[in-house]
Design a protein around this ligand. Structure first.
Ligand code: SF4
Ligand code: SF4
Length: 173
């Protein structure tokens, strides 16, 4: 079996800090679509340091229920950045990558359903480059995933219900 790995390569040297990516991401995910834009709702955030001409786009990654015990601190071209500045997590220690009203975590979904992510389309500086590749999934994984999936379904609904649903599906065939 093959799976598709989607990647956005970030060319930091080309980013000019225009924030078009933040604007389109928040508009694309607004409900209804394009009804509003608010970079605070964006799943990409541009760390801006205009004086040193440094702009670093950072994508929203996984939600984490607990903050790290350690902290990252970066220095680039002599400028020291805030702790955790480039971290992708939606984490209890800060407000980044959270819906401003509800506090729910935001995560980049690669603009599910689009042929190319919106932030890539809107980045006129070509700082964001979309790439796709196919990778083989080792045999056995699929079966393992199915078993894990079945186990959690069984825990939730009970094995009888699942067997009943499966037998009804096979009857239809
Ligand atoms: S749209 Fe491109 S150039 Fe503009 S801030 Fe985003 S990544 Fe940087
Ligand atoms: S890929 Fe889509 S969801 Fe992810 S940051 Fe770009 S516009 Fe937002």
């Amino acid at each position: 079996m093959k799976k598709t790995i989607k990647t956005i390569r970030v060319d930091v040297d080309k980013c000019n800090g225009c924030r078009a990516c933040e604007v389109i991401c928040s508009a694309f995910h607004a409900a209804p679509k394009y009804s509003s834009n608010n970079p605070a709702r964006s799943r990409i955030r541009v760390i801006r340091e205009p004086l040193t001409d440094i702009y670093v786009p950072v994508y929203a990654g996984e939600y984490t229920p607990a903050e790290c015990a350690g902290r990252d601190k970066y220095t680039i071209d002599g400028k020291e950045y805030d702790e955790c500045a480039f971290c992708r997590a939606s984490c209890p220690s800060r407000d980044e990558f959270k819906e401003p009203d509800s506090g729910l975590p935001l995560k980049c979904d690669m603009c599910e359903g689009e042929d190319e992510p919106m932030c890539v389309k809107w980045c006129l500086a070509d700082a964001l480059i979309y790439e796709e590749r196919e990778e083989d999934v080792p045999e056995g994984i699929e079966q393992e995933e199915l078993e894990v999936g079945l186990e959690s379904l069984a825990n939730k609904y009970g094995m009888d219900k699942i067997l009943d649903a499966v037998s009804r599906m096979t009857e239809k065939d």
